[in-house]
Design a protein around this ligand. Structure first.
Ligand SMILES: [Zn+2]
Length: 352
């Protein structure tokens, strides 16, 4: 095998995913008649619960002075709730700048949370909007909105409360990918050392039986591949970078074989968990082929992960615990040396 490209990452154009979609449905704002039973508070209780300004707007149908409310110009991400009962009514992406002096929205959160009622006070024909849950007055709705809904929910800031969107950075950046590159003892040791990788487990994937043992997998008849399941933080290491190391440190051109290890259990494979991972795997292989990174075509299998069975405990961290064994010295040690030489920058601890 010859690995000609050391800086694969620079060659891969990142196909990172798209912007958030706005899935809010446009509502037919039919008048919904609901009983105001969910919040059965006396006026005295409302006075205690609300500030005088909130009470004036929500309970006495008052209107705050234009440009005086705290949410008139806000653009922060989050949910606008009823100031009386906390019911979520609008989200930030429904808000637009109307220059009318009050917070304006072009739609409401679905579910009949807002009631529309004809309002003929002050010599005008308007449509009042109130919270379906507590009956609190919110403002009025007009048919002069500039967006595709044509609606303008003109709402008093004083009738709303705002809950900012929580940061979900840490939740969404952890992923797992399952890779097969021959004997799992070798590849586990490699990925353990990468920055951004929090867990590596050896196991068996995509075979035909249940609960396979090492002995059964070694026969080459179970369909299982020896794999490592890698948990990584996308904000520290990208899948492209993990695959760069993967392709540099095993031979993806020999079908069902890594060196002296022969059998389908030693096949080269990427078992993805989602569409984004599949696309990245295809792109990385396409780039390697285009650049003739290997003398022979890449035979790495790309398939959705069907299952993962963690291997017996004595296989976990095998290299770390068995460095003096002949196999480790002969096969794994050279790979680790190569890792330390080529990918020093990507390692948890620099080893040169
Ligand atoms: Zn309410």
């Amino acid at each position: 095998m010859s690995y000609k490209i050391l800086s694969l990452f620079s060659l891969i154009s990142l196909c990172l995913t798209s912007c958030a979609q706005n899935n809010n449905k446009v509502l037919d704002n039919e008048t919904v008649k609901l009983n105001n039973t969910a919040m059965n508070l006396s006026e005295q209780e409302w006075r205690t619960k609300l500030t005088p300004e909130q009470y004036y707007i929500l309970r006495e149908k008052g209107t705050e002075k234009p440009f005086s409310g705290e949410f008139t110009l806000t653009k922060e991400k989050g949910v606008y709730k009823c100031g009386g009962c906390g019911e979520p009514l609008f989200t930030d992406d429904m808000k637009f700048e109307s220059h009318c002096g009050w917070p304006s929205f072009d739609k409401e959160i679905a579910g009949g949370k807002i009631i529309q009622t004809e309002d003929n006070t002050y010599g005008m024909r308007r449509t009042e909007i109130t919270c379906a849950k507590c009956g609190g007055h919110l403002g009025h709705i007009f048919d002069d909105g500039p967006t595709e809904t044509g609606k303008r929910y003109c709402v008093n800031s004083g009738s709303l409360s705002f809950e900012p969107q929580k940061s979900n950075v840490t939740q969404n950046t952890t992923e797992t990918i399952t890779l097969a590159g021959g004997c799992f003892w070798c590849i586990e040791a490699i990925f353990e050392e990468l920055k951004g990788v929090s867990k590596v487990e050896s196991g068996y994937s995509n075979g035909n039986t249940k609960n396979p043992t090492y002995k059964q997998v070694c026969t080459g008849t179970t369909g299982y591949a020896e794999v490592v399941q890698i948990t990584y933080n996308k904000s520290i290491i990208l899948l492209e970078q993990i695959l760069e190391v993967f392709f540099a440190l095993h031979d993806p051109t020999t079908l069902n074989r890594q060196g002296a290890d022969v059998g389908t259990q030693y096949r080269s494979g990427i078992f993805y968990q989602n569409e984004e991972q599949r696309k990245i795997a295809l792109k990385v292989i396409e780039t390697l082929n285009k650049n003739n990174a290997f003398d022979n075509p890449i035979v790495t299998e790309i398939n959705q992960i069907k299952d993962f069975y963690k291997a017996e405990n004595y296989h976990q961290e095998y290299y770390e615990l068995n460095k003096e064994q002949p196999y480790c010295k002969a096969v794994i040690k050279p790979k680790m040396d190569k890792l330390h030489k080529i990918f020093a920058e990507k390692l948890k601890t620099k080893k040169i």
